[in-house]
Design a protein around this ligand. Structure first.
Ligand code: FES
Length: 185
């Protein structure tokens, strides 16, 4: 088993649990559990405040910062669903490939933090390799190329969340590019 405490890697979550990522679909979706919408702003998961994130709040070159989407109008933070956890990474724009460059805002890319293999949280930043990893079964993702799967059992890339800049703040440009979490067979 790999050692996630390896100094070349930086875990950015302290707990990992193999929790199913399939949530019951509410009859009436509540704003706090709805998926991110165009125009939503982003706030840090670590902070109790609802300070809206800007590109400079995200460390250049990693590690990722975890965020929730927030309704820009009524300030509802959409944190009632773990499927709304978002990984934000700020990377050199010139190193982003294809659609990833179009989805980025000032080099910041956003992905679902939920691994599509079995629903764990993607919780490791391998600084040397510049890859995202899920320590449950070691799927590796390339954040510069749509979080495509480099290695491991994940069946598909992490869902991407296209971003834009509104008044200097990071904002959601479009919904997730694909389904978040496990796709039932
Ligand atoms: S849940 Fe992430 S690799 Fe299995």
């Amino acid at each position: 088993m790999k050692d996630i405490e390896n100094p070349t890697r930086r875990g950015f979550l302290t707990t990992v649990s193999a929790v199913l990522a399939i949530e019951a679909i509410p009859v009436l979706a509540q704003p706090a559990s709805e998926r991110p919408k165009e125009g939503d702003l982003l706030v840090s998961i670590e902070s109790e405040s609802t300070n809206v994130l800007e590109p400079r709040d995200i460390p250049l070159g990693g590690p990722p910062l975890l965020a929730w989407p927030m309704d820009a109008a009524d300030k509802t933070v959409r944190k009632d669903s773990r499927l709304n956890k978002i990984l934000l990474l700020r990377l050199d724009l010139s190193t982003l490939v294809g659609a990833t460059k179009d989805r980025a805002a000032e080099g910041v890319v956003a992905y679902s933090a939920i691994c599509p293999h079995a629903g764990c949280e993607v919780n490791v930043w391998a600084a040397e390799q510049q890859t995202l990893e899920c320590s449950c079964h070691y799927s590796h993702y390339n954040p510069r190329e749509g979080a495509s799967v480099i290695d491991g059992p994940a069946p598909r890339a992490l869902a991407a969340l296209p971003l834009k800049i509104v008044d200097g703040k990071l904002a959601v440009a479009k919904p997730f590019t694909g389904r978040v979490g496990i796709v039932p067979s």
